[in-house]
Design a protein. Sequence first.
Length: 418
Amino acid sequence: MAGMTYSPAPATHPFRDPHTGNRHRFGYWATAAIYLSLQAFTTVPSPLYARYAERDHLSPLVITLVYAAYAVGVTVSLICAGHLSDTFGRRPVLAAALAVDALSAVTFIARPGLPGLFAARVLCGLSVGVTASTATAYLGELFAGHRLAGQARNLALLSTAVAIGGLGAGPLLTGLVAEVAGHSLVSPYLVMLVIFVAGFAALLFAPETRDRMVPRPAYHVQRVSVPHQHRRRYGAALAGVATVFALFGLFVGLAGTILGQRLGHISILLTGVLLFIVYATGVASVAITIRLAQRRQTTAAGVLMIAGLALLALSVWLTSAPTAAFVVMFLCAGSLIGAGGSTLFTVSLAVVTGLSPKERTAETLAGFFLAGYVALSAPVIGVGVALQHFSLRSTLSCFAVLVGITACYALAGLGRES
């Protein structure tokens, strides 16, 4: 654009300067920790949904709507603000994300009741919408500041581990804090507020890698771009991320309710541990498969996900099985889905990044994440509506079949080497 100047980020190899390299190294790990905490906060309420339903007399449908309100905030933020760090810098936008999540935590504590739950979840989604793109870009730029280019797989592994592992850390934190400190609807949010303050302090010492544009460009919403010459493969990647987010959304949104119905009581710790294991196996799977060829990664993801879906459907049909057996089967199903889903997410993201022209990467990724976050909420709302009219067995079985079909389409398209 005429008249616009842009000062690039610091030199690509600042590790030649020990002081600069150390700042980048600190910033890299600090940003990873901040990203993990922001991701964790999105699932901190997950083990508490059954408790909220009990306190406020909410139906499963209303609980799923509360959960899905988060996706509304994510979608709005992703389209309207996901690209702002390119203009204003990475640190200010991450600091704003921390502040919005802190406001969400305060809302959870200070505004009990359904309106407060909706408001807190929307605020949380607004934070995530800017975090996903900003933190990922910031990590990559800081990584270039203190690592060798040949270690790019380490960056991919850390990015996935933080994004997915954070989702698992949130429920575990809630379960442990609620068990130790009590006051389950307050104490986890107080702990997160302390973590956010620490993250903000760490951000002050991290280097900026994206200078502000001068003069500032006119504001525009994030454009979504589809690589026309690769529509079919791009569509398979969108189906892949939609499958993964739909499955993770089911576990995060309804795991506590499903366990509560089967156990006859609410177990915050058990729900938190279950969700942590789902995401932890996902991180482990990515660590194991990341060095495989894309075709083998896709095959592994397919085998794990289909097996997990089959076990999920089987677990709800075996009503005569002992409660302990049901919990074990449900846990194994979640672990298989977590492992396969995380691997499928990694493959889908790599495909989209590879198909995108360099100048349109942000626009292509916007479409990718938009598909994921829509799938995070819409299918779970559908499950909540179905539970009002059909049994848990019939609902989850239909869900497993539909998601399985979508997964097969994604796997078939992604399995072809580019």
